[in-house]
Design a protein. Structure first.
Length: 698
C-alpha cells in the first residue's frame, strides 16, 4: 500500500479565538454561494458541533453567559487510489477512488481502530520582523528582497525605543530572547473518538507520536514558554495568556482544533502606540503543523505523511460575506504562476487563450462578493444599486452589456492602482493605493467579457480538494497590510512543498521544518526565529512561523481598519476607503432595528438604517473627524471589548428573538453587546467620507 495514499484536509485549517469555552465548527462551504445545485442552504455559515452539515443560527454565536464562541478547525483524512506517480490538480479521480478515513473504516482487509493526531502550535509575533507601514519604504515582501531585512520588533526586550541591532537575525535567534518572546507549549497528542480536550497550556505535559517506536512519547522536559514565565510585570487587560487553545476528536476520530481566548498582555506597562507593531506586547494567536497516524486492528500503524497546518486568528464577524480576493484565490494565483499547478491555464509565463473558465466556479464568486460587500460598508444609494447589479449577473447575461469589465482594475496596469474609479473600491496592498483582483481572476473576467466561458460548474474537485479550497475561500486575501487571517508570505513558493506533483503530497501544503523532540531540556528552546522570506529558502516552517507576520496584538489593527486614506494617497484625494469590508464590517444594518422598521432598510426620510459595527462607549469623536468614525479612540478598548462586537449573518439564519427570520437576501448584524446608550455615537454617513487631517495608516 502506498503510504502517500492518505492525506489530511484541509491543507490549511483556520481556527478563530473566542472568550467562551464553547465552540462551533468553521464553515466548510463558500460564503454567499450554494455548494451545489441540490443544496438549499447558502454557504459560509459555521457548523454546529457533532454535526455533518447543520449550520448555526444567530443564537448559536454566544454561550449561555453571552461569551463569544470560538471557531474550531476540523481536519479529516482521505484515502486516494492513485495510479500514477505524476499528479495533476484537480486529481480527476472517480468518486469511488476517494474515501474519507474514520475510526472503523475498512481498508482492504484491515480496520482502522484509532487515529492518533499530533499538533504543535506556537506564537512568535514578539520575536520577528515588523510590518513596515511607511509607504516611502519597502513594504511587504519587498522589504526582504536584495538581501534586505525589515526592522525587528522588540529590538531590546527592556527598551521599546531601542535602536535596531546590526545583526538582526542573530538577535532574533538568541536562545534567551527566543525563550522570553515565544509562546510555545510544545506538541500535544489526541486520539480515539469523542476524546477529552487536550490543552496547549503550561500544566499539560507535551507529547508526540513517535513513528519509529509506534507509540506516544511524553516530553516532561519540553522547554515550554509563556509570558508569565519571563515577566513579573505583565499587564493583561482581560486575563493572562495561559493557553493557545485545545485539541480533541469528534465521534469519527476527526481532529478539532480550537484557539486562544483573544487575550493580549504587555510587559513594562507599555502603551499601545501603533496599529500593527506594538513592542512589549503578546497576543494568543498561533499556528503549527498537524500530523496523523492510523492504527489498524492487526496492530500495525501507517503514517499520514501529507500533513497539514492550522492557524488561529481573529474572530469572524461576517462569516457569510465573501471577499473579492479570497485567500484561496491569492494562493492559487501564486501556485498557477510559480508552481505549475494548472498548465492548461498558465504556461511559459502566460495565460492561455484556449482556457475556458466556468461561470459558477470562476466568475460568480467574484460577482457575488461585490454584492455582499455592500452590507458591511456605508455606501450611498448609487453605490448600493451598483453593487447589487453586479451580484445579479448570471451566466446567461451578455457580458458586454453589463459594463463590468471596463470598471475592473487591471492588475497589470500600474497606473490603475492609484486610481479610485475602478473596482474593487477598497484599499490596496503594500505600496498600492487600491486593491486589484489577482492576475488569474482578471484573466477569467477577460475571457468572460470575450464570451469565452462555460455556464455552470466543472465540478472536478474531490471532497478533500474541495475542503482545501472552501476553507480558504472564507478568508481574506489581499489587502495584506498585514490582513486578518494570513499575510503576504502565502504568495511565496518557498512556503510550500514544491514537488507536490511527484511526492504524493498534493498542492497547497506548508512545508514543515523537521523538528526533533529527543534530548531536550527545559531551559533551551527548541524553536528558533525560523522562516525568513527570501532568506532561509525552502527549508520548512516551524510552529509559529505562519502567523508571526500578523499584527501584534491583532486587536489594534482590527480597530484601526475601518476607513483610511489610501497609502500612498493619490494627489488631491481626500476620500476615505475601506480596508477589509468582508472581514471587518464598518457600517451594518441591525436585525432588530430592521425588523422594527417593517423589514425596510431605510428610514421614513430615506436614510439608510445603519450603525457603525464598532460603536458605543469609547468610540465617540468629533462629528467632523470622519477618519475616526467607527472605531475606538483608544486601542486598548478593543482588547477589552472585541468579544462584544456583533456578527453579520444572512437574514434567514437569524432567530426570531434577534430580528429574524429576515429576507434571505439581507445580511444583518446580530448579537452585538456594545452598549450604545452610554456614550453619544455619530450617525453613519454614506460614502464619500472626507478626511480633514493627517491620515492614520494601517
Amino acid at each position: 500500500m502506498n503510504k502517500y495514499n492518505y492525506r489530511i484536509h484541509p491543507s490549511i485549517g483556520i481556527a478563530r479565538v473566542g472568550n467562551s469555552d464553547e465552540y462551533y465548527l468553521g464553515p466548510e462551504t463558500v460564503a454567499g454561494l450554494k455548494q451545489n445545485s441540490s443544496d438549499t442552504q447558502t454557504g459560509g455559515l459555521p457548523i454546529k458541533p457533532n454535526s455533518e452539515s447543520t449550520t448555526i443560527t444567530s443564537s448559536d454565536l454566544r454561550d449561555a453567559n453571552g461569551a463569544f464562541k470560538k471557531q474550531a478547525a476540523r481536519f479529516k483524512i482521505y484515502q486516494y487510489a492513485l495510479e500514477s506517480s505524476q499528479e495533476t490538480y484537480p486529481m480527476d479521480l472517480p468518486i469511488q477512488d476517494v474515501q474519507e478515513i474514520k475510526v472503523g473504516s475498512v481498508i482492504g482487509n484491515k480496520t482502522v481502530t484509532n487515529i492518533i493526531w499530533t499538533v504543535h502550535v506556537a506564537n512568535k509575533k514578539a520575536n520577528t520582523f515588523v510590518l513596515v507601514e511607511d509607504p516611502t519604504q519597502p513594504e511587504g515582501i519587498s522589504g526582504y528582497e536584495n538581501n534586505q531585512l525589515p526592522p525587528i520588533r522588540n529590538a531590546d526586550i527592556n527598551d521599546p525605543n531601542a535602536p535596531q541591532p546590526s545583526d538582526k537575525v542573530a538577535v532574533l535567534n538568541d536562545p534567551s530572547r527566543v525563550k522570553k518572546l515565544t509562546i510555545d507549549p510544545g506538541p500535544r497528542v489526541v486520539d480515539g473518538t469523542n476524546s477529552v480536550s487536550i490543552n496547549f497550556d503550561n500544566q499539560t505535559v507535551a507529547s508526540y507520536f513517535d513513528v519509529s517506536q509506534s507509540k506516544v512519547v511524553s516530553i516532561p522536559d519540553y522547554p515550554m514558554s509563556f509570558p508569565q514565565d519571563s515577566f513579573d510585570d505583565l499587564d493583561c487587560p482581560t486575563g493572562a495568556i495561559d493557553t493557545l487553545g485545545e485539541i480533541q476528536t469528534d465521534q469519527f476520530g476527526r481532529l478539532l482544533v480550537t484557539g486562544g481566548k483573544g487575550r493580549a498582555c504587555s510587559w513594562g506597562q507599555h502603551k499601545l502606540t501603533g496599529d500593527v507593531n506594538n513592542n512589549q506586547w503578546f497576543d494568543d494567536a498561533s499556528d503549527g503543523p498537524v500530523t496523523a497516524v492510523l492504527e489498524f486492528d492487526d496492530g500495525t500503524y501507517e503514517e499520514v505523511d501529507a500533513g497539514a497546518w492550522v492557524t488561529t486568528t481573529d474572530p469572524s464577524y461576517a462569516p457569510q460575506t465573501l471577499n473579492i480576493v479570497p485567500l484561496f484565490d491569492d494562493i492559487y494565483n501564486s501556485w498557477v504562476q510559480q508552481l505549475d499547478l494548472s498548465p492548461n491555464l498558465y504556461a511559459n509565463g502566460a495565460y492561455l487563450d484556449s482556457f475556458t473558465p466556468y461561470f459558477d466556479d470562476n466568475l460568480d464568486p467574484i460577482f457575488k462578493s461585490v454584492a455582499l460587500q455592500r452590507w458591511n460598508i456605508n455606501l450611498n444609494s448609487y453605490g448600493i444599486s451598483a453593487h447589487d447589479n453586479v451580484g445579479e449577473i448570471t451566466a446567461n447575461d451578455d457580458p458586454t452589456q453589463t459594463g463590468v469589465f471596463s470598471r475592473v482594475r487591471n492588475p497589470n496596469i500600474s497606473s490603475q492602482f492609484g486610481e479610485g474609479g475602478y473596482m474593487p473600491l477598497a484599499l490596496g496592498d503594500a505600496n498600492e493605493s487600491f486593491l486589484a483582483v489577482t492576475d488569474t481572476q482578471y484573466f477569467y473576467i477577460n475571457q468572460w467579457n470575450n464570451k469565452q466561458y462555460n455556464p455552470g460548474t466543472e465540478n472536478k474537485l474531490n471532497p478533500g480538494e474541495l475542503l482545501d479550497k472552501n476553507i480558504l475561500m472564507n478568508c481574506l486575501g489581499g489587502r495584506f497590510s498585514p490582513g486578518i487571517d494570513l499575510t503576504f508570505i502565502v504568495r511565496q513558493p518557498d512556503l510550500y512543498i514544491k514537488d507536490w506533483a511527484t511526492s504524493g503530497q498534493g498542492p497547497f501544503r506548508i512545508k514543515p521544518y523537521p523538528l526533533s523532540y529527543n534530548n531536550l531540556n527545559s531551559e533551551t528552546p527548541l524553536l528558533t526565529e525560523g522562516y525568513i522570506p527570501l532568506h532561509t529558502g525552502n527549508v520548512g516552517l516551524e510552529p509559529g512561523d505562519l502567523s508571526k507576520f500578523m499584527a501584534i496584538p491583532w486587536h489594534t489593527d482590527y480597530n484601526s481598519c475601518a476607513t483610511h486614506l489610501p497609502s500612498p494617497n493619490p494627489t488631491g484625494n481626500t476620500n476615505l476607503f475601506w480596508s477589509w469590508p468582508a472581514q471587518r464590517p464598518v457600517a451594518v444594518y441591525v436585525a432588530t432595528e430592521v425588523a422594527a422598521n417593517g423589514g425596510k432598510l431605510t428610514t421614513s426620510d430615506g436614510q439608510e438604517l445603519q450603525k457603525w459595527s464598532v460603536r458605543g462607549k469609547g468610540t465617540s469623536t468629533n462629528k467632523s473627524v470622519a477618519q475616526d468614525w467607527g472605531r475606538y479612540q483608544e486601542s486598548l478598548n478593543m482588547i477589552k471589548n472585541w468579544q462584544d462586537i456583533g456578527v453579520v449573518m444572512q437574514g434567514d439564519s437569524i432567530d426570531p428573538e434577534q430580528g429574524g427570520p429576515a429576507d434571505a437576501s439581507y445580511y444583518l448584524e446580530v448579537s452585538s453587546l456594545l452598549k450604545e446608550g452610554e456614550d453619544p455615537t455619530n450617525a453613519v454617513e454614506p460614502y464619500p467620507n472626507i478626511n480633514n487631517s493627517l491620515p492614520k495608516q494601517s
